[in-house]
Design a protein around this ligand. Structure first.
Ligand SMILES: Cc1ncc(COP(=O)(O)O)c(C=O)c1O
Length: 336
């Protein structure tokens, strides 16, 4: 039994019966990073604002930027942000809905941005099924939620924005998709574990350097194939099982989120030991994010030290949640 880690691919529907689950104007890119870079370059954004808590791959999409601050409860420090905006010129702000949480001051932030003509690029990777998109342009790397090989969707919400995507073909990208699809199918067979993992890691490492920003037909297909609102129900149920059985401090901002179960361990030593212990039981909890970059010491290194993200995705149900709970309780009783 394994909980977490890469998705495996399954084919449970007739591919000719699938429906479209996206808007007519939506764009599809190979990855979230490629989409963000393309948007920033295409809109001619010279100076950007980005949060000081984010994945290092996202930070690399920006050349000229300042950090605004995310507080330990994952809220934007609005005073710090408005001071930055009042004293500098920015073209774009990246706002991430961490684990699906939409900042409580988002209306005020939108008004400040409107006044200063700053475009909002909303990253809804962690809440793919959001029905409250507020950005002028919104991006989601949907492969974190759906078992697609790669892919990100971009939704444009403002008539001021005009982004066109080419429709060419990139053979190397097609090759990476084929390897990834093959690896994700082999993952269903435990005998091939030695081969699927290196295959998927190879694809992940190589897509980073991909120079292709045309329309992603392959993952457009998989997006429609796997998009299913029931995923949301399963994820919420799994979170509820964990919430009822674990008595850890849970940040109130995450009461309505469904990306993963966020456990606040309060202590880094405890968190790291528990993380290792769970790996030994084949429970793989991702770390968001092992921040290894810095710019003038403005990165927030403390926010990610005590939280543990437990997988609750649609692959799992009550039995799997009980498996996780039993090991966390065992750890608390016998090991910590
Ligand atoms: C919130 C968020 N947005 C965007 C990305 C980038 O997506 P991709 O891996 O598809 O480039 C990541 C990557 O982990 C992420 O965590």
């Amino acid at each position: 039994m394994e909980i977490g880690s890469f998705y495996n691919l399954y084919f449970n529907k007739n591919p000719f019966s699938i429906k479209k689950h996206h808007g007519k104007q939506d764009l599809f890119f190979a990855s979230g990073r490629i989409a963000i870079k393309y948007i920033v370059e295409n809109l001619g954004c010279k100076s950007c604002l980005i949060p000081n808590y984010l994945c290092s791959s996202v930070y690399q999409c920006f050349d000229n930027f300042d950090y605004y601050k995310i507080q330990n409860n994952f809220e934007i420090n609005i005073k710090y942000l408005s001071d930055l905006i009042n004293n500098n010129n920015y073209d774009l702000i990246l706002i991430i809905n961490f684990f699906g949480y939409i900042d409580k001051n988002i209306t005020e932030i939108k008004n400040i941005c409107k006044k200063h003509d700053i475009l909002i690029l909303e990253d809804f990777t962690h809440n793919l099924f959001s029905n409250n998109l507020y950005g002028d342009i919104c991006i989601s790397s949907f492969r974190k939620t759906l078992p697609t090989p790669f892919g990100s969707i971009v939704k444009i919400n403002s008539s001021r924005i005009n982004i066109k995507q080419s429709t060419g073909i990139n053979l190397y990208y097609i090759y990476l998709n084929i390897v990834k699809i093959l690896g994700s199918i082999l993952k269903n067979i435990s005998y091939f574990k030695w081969i699927w993992r290196p295959m998927l890691i190879y694809c992940e490492n190589n897509v980073k350097n991909l120079n292709y920003n045309g329309f992603d037909y392959i993952n457009h297909f998989f997006y429609n194939y796997y998009y299913d609102i029931n995923i949301l129900t399963i994820r919420k149920q799994n979170i509820a099982y964990l919430k009822n059985s674990l008595s850890y401090t849970i940040n109130k901002n995450f009461n309505n989120t469904y990306f993963c179960f966020i456990m606040n361990c309060l202590d880094q030593n405890y968190r790291d030991k528990l993380l290792k212990f769970l790996i030994s039981k084949n429970i793989y909890c991702p770390v968001y994010w092992p921040l290894d970059f810095d710019k003038n010491n403005k990165c927030n290194y403390s926010i990610n030290k005590t939280v543990l993200m437990i997988p609750i995705d649609q692959r799992y149900g009550k039995y799997d949640m009980e498996y996780i709970i039993s090991y966390i309780k065992y750890f608390d009783r016998n090991i910590k």
